[in-house]
Design a protein around this ligand. Structure first.
Ligand SMILES: [Zn+2]
Length: 136
């Protein structure tokens, strides 16, 4: 099966997805801020450039889109039917890079929480998880 999108359409689609991740991140940030926690964004000196950094607690939160970061068992992470020779190595590469970054962060003494795209719609549950993660 061939790709139904032209390269231009494909890159438009990709930038839409990037924009979507920014929106997801913003929702998580708004929630966490409203809970009274303060953080820094995108520390470039840390592996994987964590989305939210709580330096005093030495904790970081990553907000991950389910598709690009290969959320295991998640319906949003289903592989496209076309151009699998392109997508599989790319997505596997993302997942490997995430795992490597997480391992380095842990070795430096950071604690990590992942927030997946599909978990954001339930703000109550997410809020409880964040509270628990940042309180201990
Ligand atoms: Zn998911």
């Amino acid at each position: 099966m061939t790709d139904i999108l032209t390269p231009t359409q494909r890159s438009q689609r990709m930038s839409l997805i990037r924009g979507k991740n920014t929106r997801l991140e913003r929702r998580v940030r708004t929630l966490i801020h409203s809970m009274g926690f303060r953080y820094r964004l995108h520390r470039y000196d840390l592996p994987g450039k964590p989305d939210l950094v709580f330096a005093r607690q030495k904790k970081v939160i990553f907000v991950h889109g389910c598709f690009f970061h290969r959320h295991k068992g998640c319906s949003l992470a289903r592989l496209p039917k076309s151009r699998t020779e392109y997508w599989i190595p790319k997505l596997e590469g993302n997942a490997k890079r995430d795992a490597r970054n997480a391992a380095v962060l842990k070795s430096l003494g950071w604690q990590i929480m992942l927030v997946w795209e599909c978990q954001i719609k339930n703000e109550h549950v997410l809020g409880l998880r964040v509270q628990k993660f940042l309180s201990f």
